[in-house]
Design a protein around this ligand. Structure first.
Ligand code: COA
Length: 167
């Protein structure tokens, strides 16, 4: 049984992340999507919402679990007995940041390696922040995110507008 942990903020999960997960199921027996509780990012969605959107978006894929984690990713990986860390590598711009994460994780725990997978071409420049921005400005990138995610972002922006009107 080979188990991989796929850590991230997932604010929100996109079809690019799902593409990586689908590819990873051909290599690993089990994929644990680890949603970081504290990310240092000012997230649009709460941890509970990010977990829910991940769960809804991957329910068609067997052997995938979605869990929340706090603290160091390597500690979490050890705790759940993961064999590897999984990350997506998109454009060259990801490389330095990903190398830094992978080397620091390796320094912290020699037993855990990071496996990088490249998403399909159509997701190479996709990111959660670009999706948030596009939807916030009225765009509807239907084939880049699951429908449940699109609806959740629209709802979130509507709630914010209402709150701003009330304040
Ligand atoms: N498709 C689409 N987008 C992708 C993607 C893919 N295949 N792969 C990455 N991304 C995007 C995300 O959408 C996100 O975009 P955004 O920043 O524009 O919103 C960006 O790449 C990175 O996000 P994500 O993959 O969620 O990772 P992250 O960099 O936010 O997460 C952690 C980093 C959580 C893994 C890292 O901070 C961590 O391990 N934290 C725990 C504490 C720890 O152990 N620290 C030491 C680490 S060495």
């Amino acid at each position: 049984m080979k188990k991989a942990v796929y850590p991230g903020t997932f604010d929100p999960i996109t079809n690019g992340h799902i593409n990586i997960i689908e590819k990873a199921t051909r290599i690993f027996d089990e994929i644990i999507i680890a949603v970081a509780n504290i990310t240092g990012k000012n997230t649009l969605f709460t941890t509970e919402e990010r977990l829910y959107l991940c769960r809804e978006s991957v329910k068609h894929i067997e052997a995938v679990k979605v869990v929340e984690f706090d603290g160091l990713t390597v500690d979490f990986a050890k705790e759940i007995g993961a064999d590897a860390m999984l990350r997506g590598l998109r454009a060259v711009s990801d490389f330095e940041y990903e190398l830094q994460l992978a080397l620091m994780n390796k320094y912290l725990d020699k037993k855990i390696d990071t496996v990088f997978l490249v998403p399909d071409y159509r997701y190479l420049y996709l990111s959660s922040s670009i999706i948030r921005q596009v939807i916030g400005l009225g765009g509807r990138p239907h084939d880049q995110i699951p429908a449940v995610v699109e609806e959740a972002i629209i709802k979130k922006f509507e709630e914010r507008e209402l709150k701003d009107l009330k304040d």
